[in-house]
Design a protein around this ligand. Structure first.
Ligand code: URA
Length: 263
């Protein structure tokens, strides 16, 4: 039997297909929607006590990877595809990058950021003097968002509900790795991790705090740079990365400082 939540989800999806992407809601409706989108703490959180019994980041991340495969909070939604794409990289990394969700290439190869956006990301890392193996790359949603039977190579961003379902995993990853800083790639990751709204341009350029201790920087998603090759866009991302390099106390040459400045 369809629940009220199923009916509401279906109606909202129909409206979205008709091009409606904003709806006025009163406080009562906002409360209900928030409750639906907030995973219940026991069923949807990796057990903190189980994790705390594990001593190394390797063990903790391995535990989370195994838990993520059948992540019921995400499966229950019925709007995400079958294959779970976990994070990749160094569990001792000082830098964690958080993307949006796996796309066609990532689902096929089972690794985040391996398509065109991944190549752009690798270029950015190279310019910073870093390799993928030195950092940890995760997505705010661990499953490719579904778009029906004829999806082909098409991708869509995860919904707030899909993000909320996977968020406990991402937070547990960050607690296991304890990096020196995190970079959110794009608005979807930023809204998921930090809450709130706002464009990347309004969120970038400053350090945010997660759980009162973890510095988080927001920058444009690499796919934005694939669409926008303007020097100003590349410089904006680069300035965010320079701030990250400073935070990590990485060496920065004069040449690096001057990348993408107008001549
Ligand atoms: N875009 C993302 O945000 N994440 C990926 O893994 C791939 C593309």
């Amino acid at each position: 039997m369809a629940t009220l939540r199923d009916i509401a989800r279906e109606s909202l999806r129909n409206l979205q297909e008709q091009g409606v992407n904003r709806l006025p809601v009163d406080d009562a409706a906002r409360g209900i929607l928030k409750a639906w989108c907030t995973p219940s703490s026991s069923a949807a959180s990796p057990s903190r006590s189980e994790i705390s019994e594990l001593s190394t980041p390797e063990q903790k991340i391995d535990y989370l990877r195994r838990r993520a495969v059948n992540w019921s909070a995400a499966r229950r939604l019925g709007s995400l595809r079958e294959k779970m794409v976990f994070s990749v990289g160094n569990v001792h990394a000082r830098l964690v990058l958080v993307g949006e969700a796996p796309g066609y290439d990532e689902e096929r190869l089972g690794e985040p950021f391996v398509g065109k956006a991944g190549q752009k990301l690798n270029e950015i890392l190279r310019a910073m003097g870093l390799r993928r193996e030195q950092i940890y790359i995760t997505n705010i949603c661990k499953f490719r968002p579904a778009m029906g039977a004829n999806q082909g190579t098409a991708n869509r961003p995860p919904t707030p509900e899909e993000i909320a379902a996977c968020l406990p995993l991402v937070l547990a990853e960050l607690r296991a790795i304890r990096p020196a800083c995190v970079v959110c790639l794009g608005a979807t990751a930023a809204h998921g991790l930090l809450g709130g709204e706002g464009s990347v341009s309004s969120l970038r350029g400053v350090w945010h705090q997660l759980e009162d201790i973890l510095p988080v920087r927001v920058t444009y998603h690499p796919s934005y740079l694939l669409r926008n090759e303007a020097l100003s866009a590349r410089r904006a991302v680069w300035e965010d990365m320079l701030a990250v390099m400073e935070k990590l106390e990485l060496p920065i040459s004069d040449k690096q400082r001057g990348y993408f400045l107008p001549r």
